[in-house]
Unconditional design. Structure first.
Length: 122
């Protein structure tokens, strides 16, 4: 597994953690302490804020999980990948997007720039 695939796997582990304590550990494993996440709906920095943003998504979309769609493409300290937010019950995926991440030398995420490609009601 490449450094990019490993970072994205940890990223999805954080986004799919529904338990707050598990999520906090997964965020710490995936992001640097001052790492940030930015998309059209959120702009947060630091482990606690990133974990809270993820928790908010789980509150809005209970019973959904994030799934990677396609391969990770990376070079130097940057990678990009696409994803869907999928209902575990029926397989519907009302939200989809693409993210660009920057990695620290230890392989954890410094920054995420998220783009929403499909959102409900848009």
């Amino acid at each position: 597994m490449s450094q990019y695939d490993d970072a994205v796997a940890r990223y999805f582990a954080a986004w799919n953690a529904t338990d707050a304590d598990v999520r906090a550990k997964a965020v710490a494993d995936a992001w640097t302490e001052d790492g940030f996440y930015t998309d059209p709906l959120a702009d947060v920095s630091g482990h606690d804020a990133v974990a809270a943003a993820i928790g908010g998504v789980h509150e809005q979309f209970p019973g959904f999980e994030f799934r990677q769609t396609g391969p990770v493409d990376g070079h130097h300290d940057t990678a990009r990948f696409s994803w869907e937010l999928v209902s575990v019950a029926d397989g519907s995926a009302p939200v989809a997007g693409s993210d660009v991440i920057t990695l620290a030398p230890d392989g954890r995420i410094i920054s995420v720039f998220g783009f929403l490609d499909r959102v409900p009601g848009a």
